[in-house]
Design a protein around this ligand. Structure first.
Ligand SMILES: [Fe+2]
Length: 372
């Protein structure tokens, strides 16, 4: 071995030839552009290949220890990226075909040497090597990027699954909290309804029954569940204004005076004013205010006519009257069911919305009063 590689930056060109003169000549031609390493024996050349990244190797075909094609063939298996060039004196076509098939040589250089051709051939070979190296490097980087992206994708998928689980769990908690809140509201409204009934003990259970009837009618009318909640609260609280009416007037046995009747007629408006203080009850305010309107426009407090009266008020008006008629009072017994139904029919389209009366009777909803 006559020359050692000094720089890894400068492409290394390995020369293997037993003829020192040939080595000197080739070194002179090539060492201006490349880092040339010259060896006189095949095994020394192999050692250089082991120790360094060699871009191009030029090997003579006729050497004492190994043929050039055999030497290059070994390199093709172990160092496939290195570009292999065969130097030969006189080569037959068969030699060339064998060299291509077995040694996978890229080029031949024949003696005697043409310096310019050798420079060009080696220069092209170095470019080929560098492009292959660059391509390999890019492939490694690409492969690393793909692995990194795959890893991030896996991490994101894992995080996403975790997030989906969290969202589902939060949603369950929100639904649970909403349900608890809705239940608490309903209990509060029922407590308020009981407070109204406490003022007039003879109407005990009235609000709950009115509520049960109205929900049945709402189902028959296919009213949405959100709206049914509004109707439920309104039916429980429709008489909340009675809190503002004197107990003596509410529980009076016998005929009411005009003043007393006028006071009782204030309860829808009093109720509306009480409930107005709570934003949650705002949707039921018009229902409470108008639950004593008549379909023929002769009711109170505003004398609204027909469908100008809120639908839920018209529903409450029918079931409120039916429950009052069929309930016992200190001064009278409740009417038999048939009589109460006849009175509803008699007031159909007068006091009451005819459609609501029809649903209440035709669907047998009135039976709830007696089935309970
Ligand atoms: Fe009322």
């Amino acid at each position: 071995m006559e020359k050692k590689p000094q720089s890894e930056q400068c492409p290394i060109v390995l020369l293997v030839d037993d003829d020192q003169e040939v080595l000197d000549l080739l070194s002179t031609i090539l060492d201006t552009d490349f880092h040339v390493v010259a060896c006189r024996r095949g095994r020394d050349g192999l050692q250089v290949m082991e120790d360094h990244r060699v871009a191009v190797v030029l090997a003579d075909q006729r050497m004492p220890d190994i043929r050039g094609t055999d030497f290059l063939s070994q390199l093709a298996d172990r160092f496939p990226d290195t570009v292999r060039i065969l130097i030969s004196g006189q080569s037959t076509s068969e030699d060339l075909i064998n060299a291509i098939n077995q040694s996978k040589v890229a080029q031949f250089i024949q003696k005697p040497f043409d310096a310019a051709r050798i420079r060009k051939v080696v220069h092209d070979a170095v470019v080929t090597y560098q492009m292959a190296e660059q391509s390999k490097h890019l492939m490694e980087e690409l492969s690393l990027s793909v692995r990194t992206m795959q890893q991030r994708h896996n991490e994101l998928s894992k995080f996403n699954s975790h997030l989906e689980g969290e969202i589902a769990s939060q949603s369950r908690r929100i639904i649970q909290a909403y349900e608890q809140l809705r239940q608490a509201n309903l209990e509060m409204v029922k407590a308020l309804a009981e407070a109204i009934e406490a003022k007039d003990p003879y109407t005990k259970g009235h609000c709950s029954r009115v509520c049960a009837y109205t929900i049945e009618i709402a189902d028959a009318l296919k009213i949405s569940s959100d709206q049914k909640v509004v109707l439920e609260y309104a039916s429980l609280l429709h008489d909340v204004g009675k809190i503002g009416v004197q107990t003596g007037v509410l529980g009076k046995v016998g005929q009411l005076t005009d003043e007393e009747y006028a006071e009782i007629k204030l309860h829808p408006v009093i109720g509306e004013n009480i409930l107005r203080n709570v934003r949650f009850f705002h949707p039921i305010l018009p229902i409470v205010r108008h639950h004593h309107e008549r379909f023929d426009g002769k009711g109170y407090p505003d004398g609204l006519l027909g469908e100008d009266i809120p639908l839920f008020s018209r529903i409450i008006a029918v079931v409120d009257a039916f429950d009052a008629m069929t309930s016992d009072r200190p001064y009278r017994n409740g009417l038999p069911m048939a009589d109460a139904l006849n009175r509803l029919m008699a007031e159909r389209a007068a006091q009451f919305d005819p459609d609501v009366v029809d649903i209440f009777i035709d669907r047998g909803i009135f039976n709830m009063r007696f089935a309970a």
